[in-house]
Every structure is written in structure tokens, then in C-alpha cells.
Design a protein around this ligand. Structure first.
Ligand SMILES: O=C(O)CCC(=O)C(=O)O
Ligand SMILES: [Fe+2]
Length: 242
């Protein structure tokens, strides 16, 4: 796969790959996700999530083997992107109803700075906004303890909305962001059931969902499920040796 041809937007480090998996693969993944035990879901205020691969702590991963239905997809991402130095070992599955989202945040320091997000179900708009304060220091950024996934959240007044950009995440697509987009930008999804995709950087995708009347409003009428695939480089191997 020639990754460069999937680059979108002005920042050099966001890639959007439409149709990364087939319809059948999407159905299989959803069956596995919804077939998982009910206790696998953790319910947050604005979404539900399943954590696979082990617990992420600031100091690294307490690992748990990924099931084969997930390694099938993480290996494909690893091989086709060529961006991860070793196998992806952590997958966070988020579920959003049409009135749910994720507040602008930066993924924590425990992860290798490449994120691959596979989208299933309803399309959604993801916003990237630069944040200067994050560039200089992480010290005073509050941690979102809700997810246990070491995210940092920043209040709206401290975001730079002028240089923001948005990407339309279609079902079966893969979004990859890294480097600058990882370190200097916040990413988030609004909790509005209707979202404008007038300004998205992946225009071809936007055209595909455009209605004839030119209304560039996305009506989220289904649930969206995403798989956030990452590498936690530091793994605690000797779990029982203290
Ligand atoms: O659901 C998504 O597309 C984004 C998830 C995300 O940003 C995260 O899990 O850190
Ligand atoms: Fe994130």
C-alpha cells in the first residue's frame, strides 16, 4: 500500500484509507464485538468501550493477549502501513450513539505516536485542532481518568479552532495519524446527531455521501463503532515478579 497517496489535509501526518476492510469483514468484526461478554463493556458518560490487549498505565502495558479476530486486523494494519516498529498490542473499541462523541483530547504518553482507527457503522466527523500549550509542556494538562487509557482533555477556551481541520470517517475506512497530528493536535468527535462536513479534508469521501440538494449535513442515524489500534512500547513482562 502506498500510504502517501492517502494523505489528507494540510498537516503532513493524517491519512485516510477508504474501504480498508470489506463489508463481510465489517460484519464479522461487529459480530465479535457484540458477541463479547456484557462485562467487557465499560460505560462512560458519553460512550461505551471495550479494552483489549491489557491495561494501559502511564508506565506501560500490563499485557493480555489479543484475540485472533483482532490480530487479523491489527496485523493487516501493521503490515500495510509500515509505521509501527513492532506488533500493535492494544485495541480500544468505542461505541457511539448518534448523540454521543469524545471530547477533544490527546492520547497519552504511553503509546507509540501512531494511531490507527478503523471505523464501523455510522459515518462521523472527527475534528483536529492544534493546541500550542501541549507543544511546550504536558504538565498542566488534566488527565481524563474515565477511560483508563491516559488521555488528556483540554477546555474549549484553550483550543485553537482557527487552524482546525476535520475528517469524515466513513464505515470500513482506516484513519491513521502520527507525529505532529499526534503531539500538537487534539482530536475529538462532537456529540451532535447532525454534523456539518462542509470543511472536511477528504473531499472525495464527502462527495460520496453528499445529497443532491447540496446539503452537507451528516445525519447520524446509526451507532458507530471504532477500533483504535495502538502500540504500547513498554510492556510489563514479569507481571508477578515485584
Ligand atoms: O472513536 C474514535 O474514532 C476515536 C477514539 C479515540 O480518540 C481514542 O480512543 O483515543
Ligand atoms: Fe484518542
Amino acid at each position: 500500500m502506498e500510504l502517501e497517496s492517502f494523505r489528507v489535509g494540510l498537516t503532513p501526518t493524517i491519512y485516510h484509507i477508504p474501504g480498508f476492510i470489506t463489508d463481510e469483514e465489517q460484519t464479522q468484526l461487529l459480530n465479535h464485538i457484540y458477541g463479547a461478554s456484557g462485562s467487557k463493556w465499560k460505560t462512560l458518560k458519553n460512550r461505551r468501550l471495550q479494552n483489549w490487549g491489557g491495561m494501559v498505565h502511564e508506565k506501560g502495558l500490563v499485557p493480555q493477549e489479543l484475540p485472533s479476530w483482532l490480530t487479523k486486523i491489527t496485523e493487516k494494519i501493521h503490515e500495510s502501513s509500515g509505521l509501527f516498529p513492532s506488533a500493535i498490542n492494544h485495541v480500544l473499541i468505542n461505541e457511539y450513539h448518534p448523540d454521543q462523541g469524545i471530547m477533544p483530547h490527546q492520547d497519552g504518553p504511553a503509546y507509540f505516536p501512531v494511531v490507527a482507527i478503523l471505523s464501523l457503522g455510522s459515518p462521523v466527523v472527527m475534528d483536529f485542532s492544534p493546541h500550542l500549550r501541549l507543544r511546550s509542556s504536558d504538565d498542566d494538562v488534566s488527565r481524563d481518568q474515565n477511560t483508563g487509557a491516559a488521555e488528556s482533555c483540554v477546555p474549549e477556551t484553550e483550543r485553537d479552532n482557527q487552524h482546525s481541520s476535520s475528517v469524515l470517517l466513513m464505515p470500513r475506512s482506516l484513519l491513521i495519524f502520527k507525529d505532529e497530528a499526534y503531539s500538537d493536535f487534539l482530536h475529538g468527535i462532537s456529540d451532535r446527531p447532525t454534523q456539518s462536513y462542509n470543511q472536511v479534508v477528504n473531499e472525495a469521501e464527502a462527495l460520496a455521501v453528499s445529497r443532491k440538494d447540496g446539503d452537507k449535513i451528516l445525519h447520524r442515524d446509526q451507532t458507530r463503532v471504532s477500533l483504535t489500534c495502538r502500540l504500547v512500547p513498554k510492556v510489563h513482562k514479569n507481571l508477578f515478579r515485584f
